[in-house]
Structure formats: structure tokens, C-alpha cells
Design a protein around this ligand. Sequence first.
Ligand code: ADP
Ligand code: ASP
Ligand code: MG
Length: 405
Amino acid sequence: MALLVQKYGGTSVGSIERIQAVAAKVAMAHSQGEQMVVTLSAMSGETNRLIALACQLNDQPSAREMDVLVSTGEQVTIALLCLALQKIGVEARSYTGGQVTILTDSVYGKARIQDIDGHRIRADLEAGRVAVVAGFQGVDVDGNITTLGRGGSDTTAVALAAALKADECQIYTDVDGVYTTDPRVVPDARRLDVITFEEMMEMASQGSKVLQIRAVEFAGKYAVPLRVMSSFVDGPGTLITLEDNDQMEKPVVSGIAFNRDEAKLTIRGIPDQPGVAAKVLGSISEANIEIDVIVQNVAKDNSASITFTVHRNDLQQTEDLLRAIAKDLGAEEVNTDSKIAKVSIVGVGMRSHAGVAARMFECLAGEGINIQLITTSEIKIAVVIEERYLELAVRALHAQYELDS
Ligand code: ADP
Ligand code: ASP
Ligand code: MG
């Protein structure tokens, strides 16, 4: 008898009919003798709807109240799925994060799971019941409701699978696996049978939102067998594996990720001296703003400039901080640009190949696309370009690395 954790995303529970379809899938696995733990997202669009309601009342809503609000979406779907299961004769019980207990830290809006108490769920499984757990939410030591960041139900699923030592964690979504790139942008993208945790981490961190990055991180750390599959059509999906036994056969580039969520800031005419970069970037990190790409240049007159990117939501706050620092340092100017995008090629095969970057840059040059910033890791090359060229760049690179199906 296997223990399965299944997670169904927003579109998979987006209507009464879809919830009935999920109930039928769960009932089928349950009737075959599997022990079933199911975790759900809110109905598609619901989390955004709740956020928009809050913003109508208060343009700077408190993070604590936002978590109380947005966690309600998942409470609706877990109850509805249990009702649908009970209607077809399957015993099921729903749990909020607080009822499980899924203990997190107190960072509202991006809380991290610290511990999961599995005893109530185990009791259900032993009694032959299906346990249905609200995704995306937890509770801190003081009993405050917390949420895990957008897309956080993926992380709930993987954390439950790790805590319960599940045989597999299955992420059911609206695509039938992880593709070479977002199939909505490149219709010729190919489904991958397997992808390594390392590659999936890079893909997720570079913008492929098919899995939340923390879910991949967790699955790698606790060696949770993880599979992405469709709730709409049957198929094997994509298995995320610890190791790729077939490295020799690996293509240089396995996938292309992109994101439109960043903005670029530049501070010019600062002293080229020890401690200046620390001062500029330190005060931004202290404000809990994550900095992504960073480039420093020194001009002929020995003055320096620093360019870096942050999430677009953090642009205003970062600009305010940077202007204050600029004043302090007597800098010449501060510029910002939010019409940028980042495109990344990812692949463990890069380790054993030379000339991967040159080929990427030539391909973009061939399309007349100017590269503004470059950053690399062992298995990734990312470039920042003008946003309007994003789709062109992704399609050209997808073809360049022979990823088209
Ligand atoms: P869910 O609501 O089920 O969590 P998401 O919208 O979060 O679903 O994730 C699924 C979506 O991720 C797909 O519809 C697809 O557009 C997008 N996506 C982005 N990159 C990829 C990729 N490399 N492979 C598959 N899907 C991707
Ligand atoms: N409902 C949450 C969101 O929209 C969590 C999730 O879907 O995973 O981000
Ligand atoms: Mg998702």
C-alpha cells in the first residue's frame, strides 16, 4: 500500500465540475488501496480577487490581515472536495493549516514551514479516510495565520510528503508536465520525462512558475519523489529526479526560463572605493529587499556605477532608498527601468561544454536584441533585455538549442 500526496492547483479546482473530477481521481486511487493525502489551492482567480478587495479598502494593507484574508480561498476548496468525496462514498476530512498543525515562522506573506504535526493525518489514513489539507497556509507559534507566498500550495504538498514519508508527491496542474519552456509562449515546447532537482531549481528561480521554488528546494533536501502531471489528461508527467544517470546523453540546454517581474536601477558617479558597494546594496538588503543581478562598472574618470535588479513590487521602495544613498555619496544620478525582462538558459550539460554563452549571445544578436546585463551560474546563463523582445528571445533560443518538438 503506497502513501501518495496529491496537490491540485487553482484551475484543477476552478469549478464544481472540476472539483467533482478531482474527487473521482482521488476516489479511484483510494479504491486501488493507496493511502491518500490531498492538498489544494484556492479556485483559480480567487487569491487575486481577495487581494483586490483588500486594496479597495487600504492601499497599504497589513500583512497579518492579508494572510487571514487570502488563506480563506483554500478553506473553501478543501471543504468542497470533502463534500464531493463523501457524496461518492469516500470518507474524507478537511484540515486548515492551523488544524494540522503546519507550524511556520511569523513572516506573513512568505512564511517558511518549520514543522508539521502528522498525527491527525496518520490517524485518518489508518482509519481508511482521505485527509484533505489546505495548501498555502500555516500558523505561527502564537496562533497567527500565515501564508507561504504565491504558488505556496506546491510547498505544502512537498512538506507534507516529507513529513509523512510519502512514496510520491504528485503535483496536478493544467499542463501535463514540465516543458522545455512555458508552452503558452512557445507552442512547440516539449514535455520532459525527467529533470534534475538542480535544473528545476534554476528553472523555478528564473521564473518558471510551474513549481514554487521552495517546493523544489524542500523536495531536493528531503529526497521527496516529485512528479508534475495534468489533472485534465492522463499521462506519466515529469519526474524530478535527484540524479541524472544519463549525463552523457544530456543536451547542453534542458530548458529556457523567463520572467517579467523585475525592474532595474542604476546609481552613477559614485566613488570607486572599498565599502561603496556594501553601502549601496547593504541598506537595500537591510530593508528585506531581494537583489538579483548586480553589475559594477568603472568609468574613465574613475567614478563607478552600480546597476542591479529587484522585484517590480519593490521598485518604489528601492528607488527611495537609493536616492537617499545617492545624496549621502554625492552620486551623479539614479535611473530606473521597469520595462525589462530576464531570459535564462538552464542545463546541467553546460558544465561539460564550452561556448554555450557565446552561442546564446550570437543568437540574440541575430535577432537584433541588445543585452543589458548578464549573470551566470554553473548550469545557467541569464540575460536582462528590453521587455518587448522577451517572446522573440525565448522562441529564438528555444530553436537555437534544438528544443522545439
Ligand atoms: P497551478 O494553479 O496548478 O499551481 P500554475 O499556473 O501555478 O498552476 O502553473 C502551471 C503553469 O505554469 C502552466 O499553465 C504554464 O503556463 C506555466 N509554466 C511556466 N513555465 C513552464 C514550464 N517550463 N513547463 C510547464 N509549465 C510552465
Ligand atoms: N492560492 C495561492 C496562490 O494563488 C496558492 C497557490 O495557488 O499555490 O498563490
Ligand atoms: Mg502554481
